[in-house]
Design a protein around this ligand. Structure first.
Ligand code: MN
Length: 257
């Protein structure tokens, strides 16, 4: 009975649960787009009551935040190439649980914060670790998550715009055309590289991946605790009707080594 086996493995520590989610608060970094584009607000909250006259025995707040805030999922309808595709609520739950592959370019990103993942990198990963299985989520590990508590370092925007790692055009197409890849996750603020607005096409991961009905996942934490292969990911966005994206709790089941 596979569920009993998994529960036993969790109980004896041979499988651990790794939280891939960054904390969500007023200080969570958000994307900044140049003029004339609209920007998403930081999370804010308004108190309804806190054990006071407005609610003597209870505390609760009202949240304000963009769909694309913190660790979050991009649904196909987020991008113009995916319009007519799935909103967040329409995603089949089985698509949100699957094998996890991790492509580690931490050293390359330390040397070059604008490192561009290539199709060759992805082909090399498959050659080393075996073919990517159906239903897989691919995570691009860069070490960027260590910057997540410092918005300036996390966005890393200078005179030439944001400098953050991401796939190049060919890698973006490779991800979107791979028959077994369901989603692509990153540690940065968006699924495209900081420089990707100037690529052809612009923002190619958004363009190709969401256009192909796949999903994006951003601002992941603890990617350094993931093996290249052999883990299971659980992606849990809000079931938001007509949602173009949603903050998500993202967990990985990881075998102990
Ligand atoms: Mn997004």
């Amino acid at each position: 009975m596979p569920i009993a086996d998994l529960l036993a493995a969790l109980a004896d520590g041979s499988v651990t649960v790794v939280d891939l989610t960054q904390p969500l608060s007023e200080t969570t970094p958000v994307l900044i787009l140049p003029e004339p584009f609209a920007n998403t607000p930081h999370l804010s909250r308004e108190r309804l009551s806190k054990y006071d006259d407005a609610g003597p025995a209870w505390a609760w707040d009202v949240l304000t935040f963009g769909e694309h805030t913190g660790t979050h999922l991009d649904a196909p309808i987020h991008w113009i190439t995916g319009q007519g595709g799935e909103d967040v609520a329409s995603i089949a739950p089985a698509r949100l649980v699957g094998p996890l592959r991790v492509v580690d370019k931490t050293a390359e990103t330390a040397a070059d914060p604008g490192y561009l993942l290539t199709a060759q990198d992805l082909q090399d990963h498959e050659a080393e670790h075996g073919p990517i299985e159906p239903g897989t989520w691919v995570v691009f590990r860069t070490g960027w998550g260590s910057r997540a508590s410092d918005e300036a370092a996390f966005l890393n925007a200078g005179e030439q715009g944001p400098v953050t790692p991401g796939p190049d055009v060919e890698a973006s197409r490779w991800l979107a055309e791979h028959p077994n890849i369901v989603g692509f996750g990153v540690e940065t603020v968006g699924i495209d590289a900081g420089a990707a607005g100037g690529f052809d096409p612009g923002f190619p991961v958004h363009n190709f991946l969401l256009g192909a009905g796949r999903y994006g996942l951003t601002q992941l934490a603890n990617a350094d605790r993931l093996p290249a292969t052999g883990a299971l990911i659980v992606v849990a966005p809000l079931k938001l009707v007509d949602g173009t994206g949603s903050p998500a709790r993202v967990l990985a089941f990881v075998p102990s080594t």
